[in-house]
Design a binder for this molecule. Structure first.
Ligand code: B16
Ligand code: MG
Length: 230
C-alpha cells in the first residue's frame, strides 16, 4: 500500500543501483581495466570508461577489447576478466564508508525511516563485498547482484528480481540509476526511473538529480506527483 505524507503519495519501494549511485567504484574499475589495456598494448581514457559503466564484466571486457582492436578466444577472455577482477578487488581493499557518494547514506536512512522497502539492483558480482565495506549490508531488505542475474541491463531482470524480493509490484518501485542501460532496464520493468548524474547521459528518466544529496523521499514524491498531474 502506498503511504501518504504531506498530501503526496510515497511509493513503497526503492531499488538502488550501486556503482555511481551509492559509491563511486567506477574509478577502481577504470584503474583495473586500464591496467589490463596497458598489458595488451594500449590505454583507455576516463572518457572511454563511461561506456563501461553499468554493464556486466564480460560486456565491459568486450568493449575494452573493441577499443584496442583486439580479438581473443573465450578462454583468453575468461583469463583477462579474472585478472582484471583480481586487481579491482585488490583496489577495493581500502574502500570504506568515507567513499559513499554525497547524500546516499542520508537518503537511504530517510527512506527507511518512512518505512520504504529498499533493495539493491546491481550488475556487480562484488556488490555484497562492497556493501559490507560500506557497512550497508544489513540495511537492505533485498539484494540482487551480478551473481543472481542471467541478463544484463538494459534487460529488466535485475529490477524485477528486486521487486520480487521486496514483494511489491513493479509499478510500486522507484529505481535510482547512474547509467543509461539502467534507466532503460527500469523502464522496461515498468518502474519509475530516477537518474543520478548528468541529464545528458540519462535519457528517459522521470527525473534526474546530480546526486542523492539533492533529494529527499518527500521531495521525490512531490516531484513525481507533479509530473503525474502534467
Ligand atoms: P563486477 P552497477 C556495475 O555496477 C558497474 O557499473 C560496471 O562498470 C561493472 O562492469 C559491473 O558492475 C560488473 O561489476 O566486475 O564487479 O561484477 O552500476 O550495476 O552497480
Ligand atoms: Mg551504476
Amino acid at each position: 500500500m502506498n503511504q501518504q505524507t504531506n498530501q503526496t503519495t510515497v511509493l513503497p519501494a526503492y531499488i538502488f543501483d550501486l556503482d555511481g549511485v551509492i559509491v563511486d567504484t567506477a574509478y577502481y574499475h577504470y584503474l583495473a581495466w586500464n591496467r589490463l589495456a596497458k598489458e595488451l598494448g594500449f590505454s583507455i581514457t576516463e572518457q572511454q570508461n563511461e561506456r563501461l559503466k553499468g554493464v556486466s564484466r564480460m560486456k565491459a571486457l568486450d568493449i575494452v577489447l573493441e577499443m584496442g582492436n583486439i580479438t581473443a578466444s573465450a578462454e583468453e577472455k575468461e583469463k583477462m576478466a579474472s585478472k582484471k577482477n583480481n586487481w579491482y578487488v585488490e583496489y577495493l581493499e581500502t574502500l570504506d564508508k568515507n567513499h559513499l557518494l554525497p547524500g546516499a547514506y542520508e537518503f537511504i536512512a530517510a527512506a527507511k525511516k518512512l518505512g520504504i522497502k529498499i533493495a539493491l539492483g546491481s550488475a556487480s558480482k562484488n556488490a555484497k563485498t562492497i556493501l559490507k565495506k560500506l557497512e550497508l549490508l544489513s540495511v537492505f531488505d533485498g539484494i540482487v547482484d551480478g551473481t543472481m542475474t542471467t541478463k544484463a541491463k538494459p534487460d529488466p531482470e535485475v529490477f524485477l528480481l528486486g521487486a520480487n524480493l521486496l514483494q511489491v509490484s513493479a509499478s510500486e518501485c522507484v529505481v535510482f540509476e547512474d547509467a543509461q542501460a539502467g534507466i532503460e532496464a527500469a523502464r522496461a520493468a515498468g518502474m519509475t526511473a530516477v537518474g543520478v548524474g548528468s541529464e545528458n547521459n540519462l535519457t528517459g528518466a522521470a527525473l534526474v538529480v546530480p546526486s542523492l544529496a539533492h533529494l529527499s523521499p518527500e521531495e521525490l514524491s512531490q516531484q513525481l506527483s507533479q509530473l503525474q498531474e502534467q
